[in-house]
Design a protein around this ligand. Structure first.
Ligand SMILES: Nc1nc2c(ncn2[C@@H]2O[C@H](COP(=O)(O)OP(=O)(O)OP(=O)(O)O)[C@@H](O)[C@H]2O)c(=O)[nH]1
Ligand SMILES: [Mg+2]
Length: 318
């Protein structure tokens, strides 16, 4: 199967069905993901990856919809991956994202895809990295990833994207929440969305004050942009800010540092995945059942059992 040539493309004609199918295959089966990624590797590395994160309901999808259309005006192709953090608490994120991005979904130069974060250790699924590469190899210039920045693990977007936009709304407590979720440290740009609502000035002031204490990574001083996503206000400024950050990274060594961080994170996730598989296999070995009985009977401790099992190689698949 020459996936690469199918995907790699006569730029005039990009095959959405192939992209969609490859992402589905990568999502369903890590072995397939490996085959796909390995075959398209030479064609990757050109797309610029932007992460958009923030608390639930702050307007991320609405903003991405407008941002994607703005980037399209420069003639670039845009891929959007909305990570659906389906949890018992937020059932409807998937539908919400779709509805807010309707305009963008009608643009022939924009490809939108939702992916589940279910079953991942880290919030972003293993398949997300594969999906980014598939879009990249298909000739997409810019990939935007939407993640909900709520839990502690959600800062992984910082190890996935080149530019991270943290979206906040001028609600009392939003900045405090963002602080707790570790979002303040990862934002290259802060969008105070819903600036039509009361409290926007205060939010900007609070944020400016917080940032003046130097709580950000690297030398780049995060920029603050006011937006009203629902009316498309501030979107040009946001796109310009992203472009400034990109130029900053490219003119410093920042871009290489980020690429290293991203690769490290990806390899780490793949290692965890493999180790998890091995642990599961070991737990199912017949000898393991005997070892569990030994622990129940207090002949050995759980610590000893774990050590014993670590030493056993169920097969050579590792
Ligand atoms: N007043 C106001 N409402 C907005 C603005 N931007 C978005 N909204 C509304 O806020 C609600 C949530 O918007 P979404 O774009 O779905 O927010 P989200 O952050 O993607 O939400 P989740 O993906 O569920 O976390 C919707 O009802 C939007 O219409 C804005 O600038 N001003
Ligand atoms: Mg959304």
């Amino acid at each position: 199967v020459d996936i690469a040539s199918k995907l790699k493309t006569n730029p005039a004609k990009w095959d959405r069905r192939t992209i969609a199918r490859l992402i589905s295959e990568a999502e369903a089966n890590p072995k397939k993901a490996e085959v796909i990624v390995n075959s398209i590797l030479p064609f990757t590395g050109n797309a610029y990856v932007i992460g958009i994160t923030g608390p639930p309901g702050c307007g991320k999808s609405t903003l991405i919809n407008k941002l994607a259309l703005q980037i399209r005006k420069k003639g670039k192709r845009v891929g959007i991956i909305a990570i659906d953090a389906t949890s018992p608490f937020s059932g409807g994120a998937f539908m919400g994202n779709r509805v807010r991005m309707r305009e963008a979904s009608q643009d022939s130069g924009i490809f939108i895809r939702s992916m589940s974060s279910k079953g991942s250790l880290s919030g972003l699924s293993l398949a997300t990295s594969a999906a980014i590469k598939i879009l990249d190899a298909a000739g997409i210039d810019c990939v935007i990833i939407e993640t909900v920045g709520a839990g502690q693990m959600q800062t992984e977007i910082a190890s996935t994207a080149y530019t991270v936009v943290v979206v906040l709304q001028p609600e009392s407590g939003d900045i405090v929440q963002a602080l707790k979720a570790g979002l303040m440290e990862i934002g290259d740009i802060f969008a105070i969305n819903k600036s039509d609502l009361e409290g926007a000035d205060k939010a900007v002031n609070d944020l400016t004050e917080f940032l003046s204490t130097g709580h950000y990574r690297g030398e780049w001083v995060p920029e603050i942009v006011r937006t009203i996503a629902s009316r498309g206000k501030g979107v040009v400024e946001l796109a310009q800010s992203i472009e400034r950050h990109r130029r900053y990274l490219e003119s410093s060594n920042g871009i290489l540092a980020r690429k290293n961080e991203i690769v490290r994170n990806e390899v780490k996730n793949l290692m965890y995945y493999r180790i998890t598989k091995i642990v599961e296999k070991k737990l199912n070995l017949p000898e393991s059942q005997e070892i569990f009985k030994d622990v129940v009977a207090k002949r050995i401790s759980a610590y000893d059992a774990a050590k014993k099992l670590m030493g056993k190689n169920p097969d050579r698949e590792m």
